[in-house]
Design a binder for this molecule. Sequence first.
Ligand code: C2E
Ligand code: CA
Ligand code: CA
Ligand code: CA
Length: 275
Amino acid sequence: AKAQGKNQFVIHTSDLSDEMISESVLEIELRNALENDEFVLHYQPQIHTVSKELIGFEALIRWQHPRLGMLEPGRFIRLAEENGLITQIGEWVINEACLQNKKWQHAGMTPVKISVNLSTQQFLTRNLISYVEEVLDRTALNPKYLVVEITENMAMEYEYSIYVLKELKKLGIGISIDDFGTGYSSLNYLKNFPIDYIKIDKSFVSELMNDENDAIIVVATITLAHNLHKEVIAEGVETQEQLEFLKKHNCDIIQGYFFSKPLSACEIEKVYLLH
Ligand code: C2E
Ligand code: CA
Ligand code: CA
Ligand code: CA
C-alpha cells in the first residue's frame, strides 16, 4: 500500500496472495470507504407482535466494496474497531439513519423509530452526546424516532456509562440493550439505567423450540423486563412456531427473517411507502 496524500491509499493487489488480500488490504481500503461513500444502511422491520404494526427499523451497516461486492458487518466491524475508524463510521450511521428517517416522514410514511448500533468506542467518545444532538437539530428529526442499541458490556463496565445514558435520555431518544443475556450480566444496571427496550439475542430465539433452557431464559427475560417497565424485542425470529411462542409469552416486538430480512432503503420504500 502506498500513501497518496491525505488518507488516500492505492493497493497493488497483483503483488499479494489471496490470503494476504483478505484482512490487511481490507483494513487499508476501509480507510477510504467513508470518503468514497461506500457504506450503506439496510433496514430490518420491527413489528408489534400482536397488532402486526410496524414499530421501526434497525439500521444495519453494509460495505458496498468496489471489488468484493456487498460486505456484511461481520467482515469489517472488528477491523474498524481495531484501527479506531469505528467512531467515524458510527457517526456516519447515526447521520444517515436520521436523514433517511426524516426523508421517509417527508414522503408520507407513518413515522417509525430507527435503531442504530453503537460500538463501545463510540459510546465512550466524549462528543457522542453533542454529535447526536447536532444531528437531531440539523435533520429536525423528532428524537422519539431515534433509538440507540448498546450492549450490556458497555452499560456495565464503566462508571461513565450511566452519565452518557442519562444525557442521551435527556435528548429524548430511546435506549435499547442489545444481545441481552450474552454479555456480563449484572442485573443491577437494569434498575439504575434509563433503558427503554431489552433485545433478546437471536442465539436464544433460534433454539427456543428445541432447548428447554433457552425457552426458560426467554420467558424469564420477558417477565423481568415487563416488571421493570421495559419493552421486549426478540431478534432472529425465523419461524411461525417461534413467533407463536413469543406472542404467547407477551414479547412486545418481533424482528427477524420470518417477517423480513434487512432491506435497502429503496426496497423499504416499495413495501412501506404507500402512496
Ligand atoms: P446485531 O445488532 O445483533 O444485529 C442482528 C443481526 O442478525 C444482523 O446481522 C441481522 O441481519 C441478523 N438477523 C436478523 N434477523 C435474523 C434472523 O431471523 N435470522 C438470522 N440468522 N439472523 C438475523 P448483520 O446485519 O450481519 O449485523 C451483525 C452485527 O454487526 C450486528 O448484530 C451488530 O452487532 C453489528 N452491526 C451492524 N450494523 C452496525 C453499525 O452500524 N454499527 C456497529 N457498531 N455495529 C453494527
Ligand atoms: Ca443490534
Ligand atoms: Ca449487537
Ligand atoms: Ca444479536
